[in-house]
Design a protein around this ligand. Structure first.
Ligand code: FAD
Ligand code: DLZ
Ligand code: SF4
Length: 517
């Protein structure tokens, strides 16, 4: 065989997906710049497997285009397929086949896709024998799937807190020798200040769209007119440089207060002191270890208190890695879990915001405008309501996967199905994240001026979160009564007089009937 033919045969297509936009992604690190071709493909299947928010579509596509330009400038040969390119097959597998034919090779090198759906499609393609698809581990994560499997093995209750301590030791982040910095692993109890005396927050750094992004905005406007959400103003960063600027802005402007007000919610402030960087982390524009090291440095230089630095690091090396591990080990069965057998369709107001519950209306409005809500809004407002009302967890999952700019299934699904809807029967959360208006009223200003009364438990003016909360506990008593963390609540319920209990349950029944339309 001639050397030329041999060289041709070894040239590979390097697949880079829309959430793998890092020059250090495994497939690029193992590629040969002189011989291989990098493929990025905008495809209908990825833009439509769920009805993505318009801002999310624009964000991913604009970031893909900018990343392709950067690779080209860096000397890579890039084959970029636009969404409306003639002959676009509409799927990653189809575009791999077309690219393989164009470049006369059958060798594909990919980094393992984050979502099970696409990982399976690449596996099937390889098995079909049509192309050879080599898949490398995605080592942007600090804990590999096999390391997570070893950690979880034999543990009866594999709680995040224990995993987090393991990750602190492994990374050395916020450690003082073998001990946690400040003598405690977790400053969660110092992350719950209500917003009453909160200083004003600057919010995230925003960017003007350049001409390349403007083209993408035009594309999204034309191709996805019916999708949920406001496309403009579009201010997300779409390059690594912008993502880094956004993160630095967070460190200087918001991190000092991030810890104190992590759980607070305000009607007229969509971001408070949150980082708004999950979208950048999840598509590869920021690196999780780097951002944690930067936050640790801010703490060590005296620019941020320990409860803020620890709170941030816990979310990134703790929760983020933990839910990814659970997803990788438990899929595909995990997506089908519905331990509480909830069947109710998702209420329309999750899309329209048209409800007189001020907390939900605010979170949906914000989600529609910004493709963003912070953790407590997702968990304790929209998630909490769906749990209390008994909404089908799969419908809830599809909503979360669609509406947030940071939504990728490996992180969204365990957070929704496990943490928020308790559909995995307590694998992720030791008790359901169910709360009455008491919590919402303490942590937000939503209840002030709401048509409902946060203090009433039953009757026409009572806050729905109150009667639904007790109704939820009563409905699921058989399943939940053995949970020691819920025992005090059942004791409170048992102490309520029979008339009060009847009133609570009939308020819930009336409300749920109306919800069903
Ligand atoms: P900050 O509050 O500033 O936190 C810093 C970083 O920590 C985040 O950027 C994120 O990377 C990480 N983080 C925080 N909490 C979590 C968590 N529970 N799981 C994983 N990482 C976390 N996060 C996503 O990235 N994508 C999702 O699709 C997603 N869906 C969610 C669905 C539900 C029902 C719930 C309750 C949470 C979900 N989260 C999701 C987690 C969390 O809400 C977001 O990561 C966070 O709100 C992002 O905003 P931020 O960057 O301002 O985060
Ligand atoms: C989210 C997304 C969207 C909207 N579009 C594309 C696309 O056109 N091409 C692509 O390669 N990736 C896209 N993505 C990200 C993928 O959905 C993501 O890579 C998979 O879900 C695997 O995690
Ligand atoms: Fe939400 Fe109830 Fe408060 Fe109204 S009173 S904002 S419905 S928690």
């Amino acid at each position: 065989m001639s050397p030329r033919l041999k060289a041709d045969r070894q040239a590979r297509i390097i697949l880079v997906l829309g959430d793998q936009l890092s020059p250090r992604i495994a497939a690029l690190r193992h590629a040969d710049k002189d011989r291989d071709t990098v493929l990025l493909a905008e495809v209908e299947e990825e833009t439509k497997y769920v009805g993505h928010h318009k801002k999310k579509l624009a964000f991913v596509l604009a970031a893909m285009r900018h990343f392709a330009s950067e690779l080209q400038q860096d000397g890579w040969r890039v084959d970029y397929v636009m969404l409306d390119a003639p002959g676009n097959t509409g799927s990653i597998v189809g575009e791999l086949k077309r690219a393989a034919a164009r470049h006369q090779t059958r060798a594909i090198l990919a980094t393992a896709p984050g979502e099970w759906r696409l990982a399976r499609a690449l596996e099937d393609l390889d098995r079909s024998g049509d192309l050879d698809v080599e898949r490398l581990d995605d080592d942007r994560f600090l804990c590999s799937v096999s390391a997570f499997a070893s950690w979880i093995e034999g543990r009866k209750a594999p709680r995040m807190e224990h995993f987090y301590r393991h990750m602190r030791r492994k990374t050395g982040l916020l450690m003082h020798g073998d001990a946690p910095e400040g003598g405690r692993w977790n400053f969660d109890a110092d992350n719950r200040k209500p917003p009453g005396k909160m200083p004003p927050a600057e919010g995230p750094r925003q960017f003007e769209p350049d001409s390349e992004t403007v083209d993408v905005l035009d594309l999204v406007r034309a191709r996805f007119p019916g999708n949920f959400g406001e496309l403009e103003p579009f201010w997300f960063g779409v390059t690594r440089e912008q993502a880094e600027l956004a993160f630095e802005h967070f460190v200087s402007a918001s991190l000092p207060h991030f810890g104190d007000y992590q759980d607070a919610m305000l009607r007229n402030d969509d971001f408070l002191f949150h980082a708004v960087v999950s979208l950048y982390l999840n598509i590869g524009l920021l690196d999780p270890l780097e951002v944690c090291r930067r936050v640790e440095a801010a703490y060590r230089q005296g620019d941020a208190p320990l409860n803020a630095a620890e709170g941030f690091v816990r979310q990134v090396i703790g929760w983020r890695e933990y839910v990814r591990g659970i997803y990788c080990l438990k899929m595909p069965g995990y997506a089908e879990r519905n331990q509480l057998r909830h069947q109710r369709p998702l209420p329309d107001f999750y899309w329209t915001g048209d409800t007189d519950m001020a907390c939900i209306a605010t979170c949906v409005r914000q989600t529609r405008d910004e493709a963003y809500a912070h953790h407590i809004q997702r968990l304790m407002i929209t998630g909490n309501f769906a749990l209390l009302a008994g909404v089908d967890p799969h419908a809830v999952h599809e909503w979360y996967l669609a509406v947030y700019a940071d939504a990728v299934e490996w992180v969204e699904l365990p957070n929704t199905l496990g943490m928020s809807q308790f559909a995995d029967g307590g694998l992720l959360a030791s008790k359901p994240y169910a709360a009455s208006a008491n919590y919402i009223n303490r942590m937000s200003d939503y209840c002030r001026g709401c048509r409902y009364d946060a203090r009433q438990r039953s009757g026409a003016d009572a806050c729905p979160f109150n009667f639904l909360y007790w109704d939820f506990l009563a409905r699921h008593r058989r399943r939940l009564k053995g949970n020691p963390r819920l025992a005090p609540l059942y004791r409170t319920w048992d102490r309520m007089d029979a008339g009060e209990k009847r009133a609570v349950r009939s308020s819930a029944a009336r409300f749920l009937k109306r919800l069903a339309g």
